[in-house]
Design a protein around this ligand. Sequence first.
Ligand SMILES: NC(=O)c1ccc[n+]([C@@H]2O[C@H](COP(=O)([O-])OP(=O)(O)OC[C@H]3O[C@@H](n4cnc5c(N)ncnc54)[C@H](OP(=O)(O)O)[C@@H]3O)[C@@H](O)[C@H]2O)c1
Length: 299
Amino acid sequence: MTAKYLVTGATGQLGQRVIHHLLETSGVKPGDIIAASRKPEKLAALAEKGVQLRQVDFDDVASMEAAFAEANNVLIISTDTLDRPGHRLVQHRAAIAAAEKAGVKHLLYTSMPEPVNSPLLFAPDHEGTEAAIQASAIPAWTILRNNWYFENVMMSAGPALASGHWYSAAGDGKIAHISRDDLGRAAAAALVVAGNDKKVYTLTGAVAHSHRDIAALLAKSAGKAITVVDVPLEGLVQGMVGAGLPEPVARVYASIDTMIGQGGLSRITGDFKALTGVEPQVFENWVESQAPALKAMAA
Ligand SMILES: NC(=O)c1ccc[n+]([C@@H]2O[C@H](COP(=O)([O-])OP(=O)(O)OC[C@H]3O[C@@H](n4cnc5c(N)ncnc54)[C@H](OP(=O)(O)O)[C@@H]3O)[C@@H](O)[C@H]2O)c1
């Protein structure tokens, strides 16, 4: 055993925030952390601080078994494989099997809210991963059901501010967005609590907003009006296809609106505060902080 905590996807945006909070918020010694990545050579700055680096790829079982055997607590950050539907469930199952074989004591995973029977087309990856964790012999695990990042809003903001229209199939459904940084903080906190339990946390912001609410906030910060145009699901899909997206990818994105419309991201919980002891960051403040980028999108 060379470390207490291992984080996969350590070069990723969330992985970086988890390691930041392990070091700076939870006060973990750098030598107690393994930053695991397919490309550890990108993590020289962490190595200089004394964080250990390992090469880990969910498509390479040997890399996982070797690295996971060196840590008691392992956070698996979910991958994104929109180009290979279903492949990340294969990857996550392989990671869970490797963790089990390596004798990991506490496994953590980044999931999504209400993944069971969700209309979201990639929800079965999370549902299947959660099921594999629950069926494993790993003695303790923590499932972090992460709501949508604040930062995702920028993907809708670009086209909405450029055209003045936001085409939505989500109706009045709301999203309890939370900042990516807060999710990193929560994951770090969950890694360092005594991991001898089996727990599911649903991590959300303090307020939920509809597309209309969000459009109004974006418009205020950008200084340009946005009209939300309600469209049926098929209209949304065809609009994205017309803009150049492959149809299967458009259907995946459009299914996010279906899920929002059905309330799948609307539930607000106190789990973030329970884990971290602090309030989640405020969405309105974050939108305001993006004003320069939003104004550029509107120009
Ligand atoms: N809740 C939300 O709103 C939301 C939004 C977008 C994504 N997500 C999910 O949350 C995850 C983390 O988000 P993020 O913002 O950090 O995304 P990101 O910056 O794209 O990072 C994804 C990470 O996945 C890791 N990865 C990719 N292929 C891998 C493989 N074969 N084996 C091991 N690791 C692999 C990469 O790690 P290395 O390159 O270091 O190996 C990469 O750093 C995403 O991958 C996705 O599953 C959630």
